[in-house]
Design a protein around this ligand. Structure first.
Ligand SMILES: [Zn+2]
Length: 373
């Protein structure tokens, strides 16, 4: 049986989790939501206030009697770092306890699994913290976004197509980054960056050079048996169609990667500029792309019946075309009265690094309780 101090610690952890989920709650609401008695809730919230982990942030409108005080997490109780390892660079963000980005930087160090590269990462991170006068003791954790299949339990990168890697230990990352750390698949990081009290469950489509995605269920990433859930890029869309880098023909990837839209040397901005100017080839390409996207999203919705957030490089440009997409999806979905389940991304920048920082916090946020009162 848990003794009273582990019980108190557990209750404090639950309060932190509830405030992260719902942003603002009164003591009475916390007591009801968590099924903790009012005296215990009072004791725990007082301890958290004393440690400066939570703060009083307002007063609820009362129907009579004393107005209940609202509580929320103290954004400055500690920081988290997010690191996105991409093909040509590394992006680092520093976020507060509420996952607001405070500072960011980009290191031009293309990844290679070598001692030199890990040293460059260690130094780059150290310079970044030094530049913004960040006290290392204030950093709770760090999260890495990596393009590959990660087995966190066994601390290995199982496979990374983009870096041509198989079975790489995460030891060198742990040595380079001297904080409690998580390493997660990049698409899962981007997926997680969209989480909010409004959207705690959804599918995320990452329309980047390699198409992927993630499933967020009850505030957590659904990984599947072999950690490959959300590989939407390799669902067959057109049997026998375009060659996919995975070896199959007709996968979603060669149809919904931004490479299917823009020519070599063209940016997405160039491409959408042409669409807006009425360029016939660009318009035809975009129309075919939206048609394929409508087929994929309606199929995904049919399977999981959850909202779908469209992100990645194409996702950054899709907002003005959402109505057209919904109309196209309507042709393939005769079950839904309205195609009200498709949403554009709200994270146009830093999705990978921010998501990595948020995932690290999800795992390690309770370490703030070890702070001295
Ligand atoms: Zn494929």
């Amino acid at each position: 049986m848990a003794n009273s101090s582990t019980g108190k610690r557990l209750h404090q952890e639950l309060i932190i989790q509830a405030l992260r989920r719902e942003s603002v709650l009164t003591r009475q609401e916390l007591s009801r939501r968590l099924g903790i008695s009012m005296p215990t809730t009072l004791q725990c919230t007082n301890a958290l206030l004393e440690k400066n982990i939570i703060v009083e942030c307002g007063t609820q409108i009362s129907t009579g009697g004393r107005k209940p005080k609202e509580l929320c997490l103290n954004s400055r109780t500690g920081f988290s770092i997010g690191i996105d390892i991409a093909l040509h660079h590394v992006e680092i963000v520093l976020t507060d306890f509420l996952s607001n980005i405070l500072h960011h930087t980009k290191l031009n160090i293309p990844f290679q699994d070598s001692v030199i590269w890990y040293k460059a990462l260690e130094e780059g991170l150290s310079d970044f913290l030094h530049e913004y006068h960040i006290d290392r003791k204030q950093i709770i954790c760090a999260g890495i976004s990596f393009p590959g299949i990660i087995d966190e339990e066994n601390d290995i990168i199982v496979r990374s197509h983009i870096f041509q890697l198989e079975h790489v230990s995460l030891d060198r990352f742990h040595k380079a980054i001297p904080f409690p750390m998580t390493v997660s698949n990049d698409a899962n990081c981007a997926s997680y960056s969209e989480i909010s009290s409004e959207h705690p469950r959804y599918l995320y489509l990452s329309l980047n050079e390699s198409v992927g995605g993630g499933l967020i269920y009850q505030g957590k990433i659904f990984k599947g048996t072999t950690m490959q859930a959300g590989e939407f890029g390799h669902i067959i869309l057109h049997p026998g169609g375009r060659q996919c880098y995975c070896g199959k023909k007709g996968c979603v990837d060669p149809y919904l990667s931004p490479l299917a839209l823009r020519k070599k040397g063209q940016t997405m901005e160039d491409f959408f500029g042409l669409v807006e100017q009425g360029d016939e080839t660009a318009r035809e390409k975009w129309d075919a792309y939206l048609e394929d996207l409508a087929i994929l999203t309606t199929n995904l919705h049919m399977a999981l019946n959850e909202i779908i957030i469209i992100g990645g490089e194409t996702g950054n440009y899709i907002e003005p075309y959402m109505e057209i997409l919904r109309q196209k999806a309507g042709k393939y979905d005769l079950f839904a009265r309205d195609v009200d389940y498709l949403f554009p991304t709200v994270r146009k920048n830093f999705a990978f690094s921010l998501g990595a920082s948020m995932l690290a916090l999800q795992k390690y946020e309770n370490l703030v309780l070890e702070k001295a009162p």
